[in-house]
Every structure is written in structure tokens, then in C-alpha cells.
Design a binder for this molecule. Structure first.
Ligand code: UDP
Length: 235
């Protein structure tokens, strides 16, 4: 395997599968199987999960809700997704721990870096819920932050598109995908990989990002073993 320790970022929307809202159990169990394939190979896996399938603070604010209140709801949504993912992983025979950035003691461990690293080294999958624990951030920022903290080799951003294109492939059929692209080129070309805070944090800490299609079973193993699928953002 090319990578020993990875941080997998899954968006909340990815968990919807074909639904319009909420969580699709089939999609969850597909993800769990894919994750099991790589943990069986000895890869250490940490996961940051989004909450957009349930609630986004910005959406709340645009309907007149207090933004911070909305962000707290969004962070709790990521914990709901984390619990669902934890269940699916445990069903697949994987040992897991859910750690949250906001304390919910009866439900999950609080985020403690050294504990998280210890779990990983014992082969447990660690799911980080609650984002960064602060409003006005995103789970992409949480993913980069946690990846740096736990000294992950790479961030794998699993999405429904298979990489980064020069123009939006869902709107323009002439779109061309990059296999590799530098952080500088992403900025120069104005491409969207993550929000700016998350992207800059990754760049400043020399942490590569691979964007790939997580919805094709087997892709996660390919990425971790070093096959060029998706787009790698590097230096
Ligand atoms: N959120 C937050 N702080 C964080 C991470 C998330 O306030 O550190 C809130 C924010 O309201 C966000 C929501 O949680 O809209 C869900 O996260 P995100 O939009 O990143 O989820 P995704 O798009 O990955 O599903």
C-alpha cells in the first residue's frame, strides 16, 4: 500500500445515495465494505464526515436563523452521520471509535489526539464528528486539521465526481480531468477543491489531497495502493 495512514473525508451528501435527504443504509454498507478492504491490508483509517445531508448552517442563516445556532445544528448533524457510519463499519466487522469535537459524553469519546492515534495504531477506524467544534468552519477544514494532527499521509476526498476538471464536468462536456495538479495551479486557475481555509491549511502543511469517486466500489483500495485514479493535488 502506498499510504499507511489516511484521512478519508466523506461529505454528508454522499451518504444520501439516491435519496433527497438523510442517510441511505445501502450506501453506508458499500462504504463500510470498501473501508474494510483497506483496513484488512493494514491501512490506518481516520474519517471526517460532513453533515450537509441533514443541515448546513449557511442554509439556516439564509432563512433568517442565527448563523452560529445553525452551525451548531450542522455540527450535531455530522455526529448523527458519524453514529450511522460507525454502526455500518461495526456491522462489517471493523473496530471503531467515534470522537467528537463537542463533548457528548454518553454517545462518543471527546476528541483527544493521543487517544485517536493510539486507536489508529491498534487498527481501529476513528471517526471524527462535530467538525472543528467551531462555527464558521466546514468539515473540509476539520478534515485537514485532523489529518495534520494525526500525521496522516494524505487526505482522500471521496466525492461523486471522479476528480478535478478544468471546468465543471456536470455542465460542460468538453471538461478535461487533471491526474495531478499543484496547489499553486489550483489557485491560479481558480479551481474548487475545498473551501479556501481548508485548502490553504493543507498547502501550508504539505499535506497532499486526492479527490476521487468514492461511489464506485473498489476505488478506495485503488487510491490507497497508489493507482492514478482521481486527481492528486500536490506540490
Ligand atoms: N460546521 C461547523 N463547523 C465545523 C464543521 C461544520 O459549524 O467545523 C457546520 C456548518 O454549519 C456546516 C455543517 O456543520 O454547514 C455541515 O458541515 P459541511 O457543510 O462541511 O458538511 P458536508 O458539506 O461535508 O456534508
Amino acid at each position: 500500500m502506498k499510504y499507511k495512514r489516511i484521512l478519508l473525508k466523506l461529505s454528508g451528501e454522499a451518504l444520501m445515495g439516491k435519496r433527497q435527504y438523510g442517510i441511505d443504509p445501502e450506501r453506508l454498507s458499500e462504504y463500510a465494505q470498501d473501508i474494510k478492504t483497506i483496513t484488512d491490508q493494514g491501512v490506518e483509517v481516520a474519517i471526517v464526515i460532513g453533515g450537509g445531508n441533514i443541515f448546513r448552517g449557511v442554509a439556516g442563516a439564509s432563512n433568517g436563523m442565527d448563523r452560529v445556532q445553525g452551525d451548531h445544528m450542522g455540527m450535531l448533524a455530522t455526529v448523527i452521520n458519524g453514529l450511522a457510519l460507525q454502526s455500518a463499519l461495526e456491522d462489517a466487522g471493523i473496530q471503531t471509535r467515534l470522537q467528537t469535537a463537542i463533548k457528548i459524553d454518553e454517545v462518543a469519546e471527546p476528541f483527544i489526539r493521543r487517544k485517536a492515534m493510539n486507536h489508529l495504531s491498534k487498527g481501529r477506524v476513528v471517526i471524527f464528528g462535530g467538525g472543528t467544534g467551531n462555527p464558521y468552519f466546514t468539515t473540509d477544514s476539520a478534515a485537514v486539521l485532523r489529518a495534520i494532527e494525526i500525521e496522516a499521509d494524505v487526505i482522500l476526498k471521496g466525492t461523486r465526481v471522479d476528480g478535478i476538471y478544468n471546468v465543471d464536468p456536470e455542465k460542460d462536456t468538453t471538461a478535461v480531468k487533471f491526474d495531478h495538479i499543484t496547489f499553486d495551479d489550483v489557485l491560479r486557475k481558480g479551481l474548487k477543491v475545498m473551501d479556501t481555509t481548508a485548502f490553504t491549511l493543507s498547502q501550508e502543511n504539505n499535506l497532499p489531497i486526492i479527490v476521487f469517486d468514492m461511489n464506485t466500489p473498489g476505488n478506495l483500495l485503488k487510491v490507497v495502493s497508489g493507482e492514478t485514479i482521481g486527481t492528486e493535488v500536490n506540490f
